[in-house]
Design a binder for this molecule. Structure first.
Ligand code: IPD
Length: 308
């Protein structure tokens, strides 16, 4: 049957593909690069061009919808989820890779809706003790009554399209995705990203987190320069875990649906439920693995997306 968000999903796929063409073409051209929050936080004209295309097309099709998009936020737009359906967009994830022509570059489009019924049933949930467990196991409900409906990520330098729709599975170019079932940290391939802060204290904690995982004898730790694609590799079963401090809701929204639909777990670095606005995450194929990673980590404070 036809679901209420089918049209939105189809439009998202078309726009992610169009955006990918623009990015692929621009990859080999001369770029004008500017910095944002730090010398390692980059933006180009193509980021703006692609974001403008995606947002203006979506606005035309769905005039009542809201938007959270990376570059608009950098220019001062607020990151808030309202009761309106909300698109959460990263026009180029891996901008630094894009600048260097390193081939992990993606477009990420996530979509969240408000579910009044769900919010009510959570408030009246009778078993206080089991609430947290319930939230963890059904944790697409972690947005205070809002739910991530679908995610589309286009790995445009490789022409791979990752999609996930709530209750309908996750796919890459039409092939079903399944996460790894590994539970043993000493057999894990772990992915992470550095994040934009490069001050000595932040770097010390970043490196000590990596050291802790290597001491625990993880098979390896990889940094590929794109949070969304690292999360897609996790969804594909090509890695066992992912963690990061300093990413944003537009790095997480689409990928979270894809991982959960591939059977994986996405939680907060504290071990509790994911908070999309908290700038931190642990994801893994299994809950056991996610818990082990969360336990090993020291926190790096990046503030919140909805308090900037
Ligand atoms: C960034 C990249 C980077 C990660 C940052 C992201 P952007 O996205 O994914 O690898 O460390 O947290 O914000 O700025 O290239 O869209």
């Amino acid at each position: 049957g036809v679901g209420p968000w089918d049209e939105c999903f189809e439009v998202a796929v078309q726009l992610a593909l169009r955006a990918g063409q623009i990015i692929r073409k621009a990859l080999t051209e001369e770029k004008r690069v500017s910095t944002k929050t730090s010398a390692a936080d980059l933006v180009t004209e193509t980021d703006h061009r692609v974001e403008d295309l995606i947002v203006s097309e979506l606005q035309k099709r769905f005039p009542s919808h809201r938007f959270i998009a990376e570059e608009a936020t950098a220019s001062g737009a607020k990151c808030v989820l309202t009761h309106s359906p909300t698109w959460i967009i990263d026009p180029i994830d891996g901008t630094c890779n894009f600048v260097h022509r390193f081939p992990t570059v993606a477009v990420s489009i996530g979509f969240a809706v408000h579910q009044e019924l769900l919010a009510i049933s959570m408030r009246t949930w009778p078993y206080q003790g089991s609430q947290r467990l319930y939230e963890l196991s059904h944790s697409s409900w972690d947005l205070k009554g809002r739910q991530l409906e679908f995610g589309v990520i286009h790995h445009c330098t490789e022409e791979r399209l990752y999609t996930g729709r709530r209750g309908q599975g996750a796919f890459c170019n039409g092939q079903r995705l399944r996460v790894s079932r590994e539970t043993d940290l000493s057999k894990a391939l772990v992915l992470t990203e550095i994040g934009p802060k490069r001050d000595p204290d932040t770097l010390k904690v970043f490196l000590s987190n990596m050291e802790r995982l290597l001491h625990a004898k993880a098979h390896g730790v990889r940094v590929i320069g794109s949070s969304t694609l690292a999360l897609c590799y996790l969804a594909s079963g090509a890695a066992d875990a992912y963690y990061q401090f300093g990413l944003h809701c537009w790095d997480l929204a689409a990928a979270t649906v894809i991982i959960r639909e591939a059977g994986g777990t996405v939680i907060d670095t504290s071990g509790g439920p994911l908070d999309l606005m908290s700038c931190r995450v642990v994801a893994a194929g299994t809950r056991e693995m996610a818990a082990l990673i969360a336990q090993a980590l020291q926190t790096i404070n990046y503030g919140r997306d909805d308090e900037k």
